[in-house]
Design a protein around this ligand. Structure first.
Ligand code: NAI
Ligand code: 15L
Length: 265
């Protein structure tokens, strides 16, 4: 059991899931976000913090032996916003982890690191990054940072390229990319239970019939996703029209992110 688990982005969609379902991993859970949070149990501590503030992030990480890093901008935006939260922010987090001796991190990367691959391609952890947005580039930066801090300073990170982690798949692309909340929770549990983690790239995806990504290189984690988006196939097909064959949501793994404009400051 961890002494103190830090969950960043605790006010967000996945942060709320982590807060509700992962507190058994640690004696104390420190929740942080740029928005205000209130402790709801004895073992919870809440600290408001902008990841762009290096000193505040150092104080945040003090005393934590594990981090689930979910905080940051989670979609495309102006470079200034992406840079503060996802580039400066993740650097501040790893520097704080190095200085304060925190040795294991679950890093929420994204499928948008490889979003410009086409949907007929099958990828594993060896695929060269092909980011589709500034957001995807910022996640690629975070992945490189995690690898550098692993090789130089021994910090172990699960680099998780999450697909689409929502209660259920809501469009045709998500029949391939969906990750259920249960499979997300069980992955975080495995990441903090495995004796030796290393610094693997893991595709955060359920056991979907239509998935594009191969996780066989991380069998050693013991993670066996249980859900399958195929259960929702009829519902998704009934609710969403078939896109044209050359529509970005039908061509690119990153879907519509592949045609996002560059947002201006
Ligand atoms: P979200 O947008 O709901 O939550 C992100 C949280 O980070 C928010 O509560 C926000 O207030 C906080 N945040 C933003 N800027 C911040 C800053 N400068 N300092 C401190 N906190 C800040 O996103 P969601 O869906 O919960 O995703 C969590 C993580 O997983 C994100 O890093 C996202 O990029 C990644 N991810 C999520 C996917 C999904 O399907 N939900 C897919 C791929 C990646
Ligand atoms: C992401 O990286 C986003 O954070 C999330 O909001 C979804 O858009 C997801 O990817 C996706 O590709 O479905």
């Amino acid at each position: 059991m961890l002494k103190r688990l830090l969950i960043t982005g605790a006010g967000g969609g996945l942060g709320k899931v982590a807060r509700k379902r992962l507190t058994h991993l640690a004696e104390t859970v420190r929740l942080t976000d740029i928005v205000d949070l209130e402790p709801a149990a004895d073992k919870e501590e809440c600290i408001r913090c902008d990841l762009g503030d290096a000193q505040a992030v150092e104080r945040l990480v003090e005393g934590c032996d594990g981090i689930v890093h979910l905080g940051g901008r989670s979609v495309e935006d102006k470079f200034s916003v992406i840079a503060n939260a996802n580039i400066h922010g993740v650097f501040h987090l790893y520097e704080a982890a190095r200085k304060k001796g925190c040795s294991r991190i679950f890093l929420a990367s994204s499928n948008h690191v490889i979003g410009l691959y086409t949907q007929d391609q099958r990828l594993d952890d060896k695929a060269q990054p092909k980011p589709d947005t500034l957001y995807g580039v910022s996640k690629h930066f975070a992945e490189g940072l995690a690898q550098m801090y692993h090789h130089r300073f021994g910090i172990e990170t699960a680099i998780v390229r999450i697909g689409s982690c929502f209660p259920k798949p809501v469009n045709r692309r998500m029949l391939a990319t969906w990750m259920s909340h249960d499979d997300f929770v069980s992955l975080v549990e495995c990441v903090f239970a495995v004796p030796r983690l290393g610094c693997p790239i893991i595709y955060g995806v359920s056991d979907n019939d239509e998935r594009w990504w191969d996780n066989s290189h991380v069998d050693y984690l013991g993670w066996r996703p249980k859900d399958n988006a195929a259960v929702y196939r009829d519902e998704v097909h009934a609710n969403t029209p078939l896109p044209a064959r050359d529509a970005p949501e039908a061509v690119y793994q990153g879907g519509l992110f592949a045609v996002e404009p560059i947002h201006q400051d």
